[in-house]
Structures are given as C-alpha cells and as structure tokens.
Design a protein around this ligand. Structure first.
Ligand code: 8Y4
Length: 277
C-alpha cells in the first residue's frame, strides 16, 4: 500500500509518522508557541528531522467547546504555512479541514492530503476531493466537536465506527474518489468515553481488516491521561508512544503524534524486532 499525490509517494509497507503542527492561537498542548509562519516552519523542520513523513496542519481548533473559526480565519492561518512548508521542506503535507474552500486553497498552496474529522460531510466536500484527486483521511466522530463529550453512547462501538467509516468510504467511491485515496481513522476522543476509546484500540484489527490503510491518532489525548493518571496533556508523552506502538502492532500504518522523536524510537525497536523474526 502507498499514498500518492501530486507526484509524491509514501510507501505504507512500513508505518509512517504524521507530526502535528498546530496553527491555532490556542493550540493548547504546545502552549501556542508555534503560531506564526516562521515558528511553524521551524517546528515542522524539527519534526521532519526526527522522522515525520507527513506534517498535519490544522487551523480549526477541535477542542471540545472551542470557538468556531470563520472561513477567512482558517484560510489565513493555514495557507501561508502550507506554502512555506511545501517550498522549504521535503515532506508530505496534510491539511486538517472540513471546508471545501480550504481544501482547494491548501492543495493549490502545496498540500497533498486532506485530513477531515467530519469525513467529507460538509456540502461540497465529496466533489471537491474527487476533483482534487488526492488522498483523504475519513475520521469517525459521534456528535459535533462542541458537545460530543457530553454523553457519548454506543451499543457496539467497534462495529458502529467500522460501519460508519465503510459507509463514508462508499459515499466517497460514489462521488468519484478513487479507492486508493481513502484512509480510515477511528477518531479517538471524538464523542467517545475512555472505555469506548480503549475498546476501539483493543479491536483496531477490525478496522485494519477493511483493507483500507488505518491512521491512529491518540497522542496526548484524555484516554492516555486517564490510563496514566496525568492531567497535563504535554506530560502524556510516554503513554502516547505506547499507544502509537500498540496501534502499529495491530496494523495501523499511520500514527498522528506530537512527539515525533520518541515515537520514531519506539517504531524503530518494533522494526528491528520484526526484521529478526
Ligand atoms: C491533547 C492533545 C488532548 C490533543 C487532545 C488532543 C484527530 C485529528 C485531531 C484524530 C485525525 C486532538 C485534527 C484533537 N484529532 N485528525 N485531529 N484523527 N485524522 N486532541 O484523531 O489532537 S485534533
């Protein structure tokens, strides 16, 4: 398996790291230190050096209760950063957005992958990605960011998440998006209790079994804090690395992380072990 976009390719035969670059002023888990274009570039360069194959750039805060961002605000946060990174670094760029206008402008500016927590549910998103002909990450969410953590409920979280994602994949295929461009993501923390999140992680193989590449994104999230008893998000590094490694051992081929160097080391040990089988 591989991801291919705009003349660039990334083999998924070995797991790859997506480094998180937040460009929202309230990027909580890095204290908002990297919110200008220069600082974003510096942070991205460090992550590439540490082993990130993809840099994920997002201009909308999806933190529960966060304020909604206008289209112009999102464009002005994302586009300059995408332009700068695509000119200066040899790395794939994903853009965390649900808005067709942002998708188009970001790809024009040099982005390769659309990362949509709303799984292309906004009007015009399906046809936009079909036209762009680029890879897209479809994520599961129950409810809406503002309220999703109030009372998440499932009868069978693993079956429901799998079914939702396969339905969205079908909608993509119907809209003319190529199968090779689809990546599935269980959406840890998006309308899920800690128990739901761990059930999804424990059964990640059931998502991998779909045949689509799976991305796992649990870095520093509350499920890690809950298991480790750590309330401060930026202190959840070791638990996050463990979660990334478990995901990869269950067949995820992409992990979205804050702590690239630490995750790279864990995946290197796994690789060395596998190579000795
Ligand atoms: C601490 C650190 C606590 C981070 C919470 C968080 C996903 C995603 C996000 C995901 C995909 C986040 C943009 C939420 N999560 N994209 N984006 N999958 N594909 N929270 O799970 O990182 S933002």
């Amino acid at each position: 398996m591989k991801i291919a976009a705009f003349g660039r390719e990334l083999s998924l035969d070995s797991p790859k790291i997506m480094g998180i670059l937040n460009v929202t002023p309230d990027s909580f888990s890095d204290g908002g230190r990297y919110n200008t274009t220069d600082k974003a570039l510096d942070h991205a360069a460090v992550m590439v050096e540490e082993g990130a194959s993809i840099i994920d750039i997002g201009g909308e805060s999806t933190r529960p209760g966060a304020a909604e961002v206008s289209l112009d605000e999102e464009l002005s946060r994302v586009v300059p950063v995408v332009e700068t990174i695509s000119c200066r670094l040899d790395v794939m760029i994903s853009v965390d957005t649900s808005q067709p206008e942002v998708m188009k402008s970001a790809v024009e500016a040099g982005a390769h992958i659309i990362n949509d927590i709303r799984a292309l549910s906004v009007d015009g998103a399906l046809s936009t990605v079909a036209d762009l002909n680029c890879p897209v990450i479809l994520m599961h969410m129950q409810g809406k960011p503002r309220t999703m953590q109030i009372a998440p409920h499932y009868t069978d979280v693993v079956a429901e998440v799998r079914k939702f994602l396969l339905n969205r994949a079908e909608a993509c295929l119907t809209a003319g998006i190529r199968k090779e461009n689809l990546i599935l993501d269980p959406g840890f923390g998006f309308g899920k209790s800690v128990e739901d999140n761990y059930r999804l992680l424990a059964h990640l193989e059931e998502l991998v079994d779909t045949g689509y590449p799976v991305l796992s994104a649990l870095s520093r999230k509350s499920m890690i804090g809950a298991a480790c008893g750590i309330s401060q998000a930026d202190l959840r590094v070791t638990g996050s690395v463990a979660g990334a490694l478990i995901s990869v051992m269950k067949g995820a081929c992409l992990v979205r992380v804050h702590d690239v160097a630490q995750t790279r080391e864990a995946l290197d040990v796994y690789r060395a072990t596998r190579n000795s089988f």
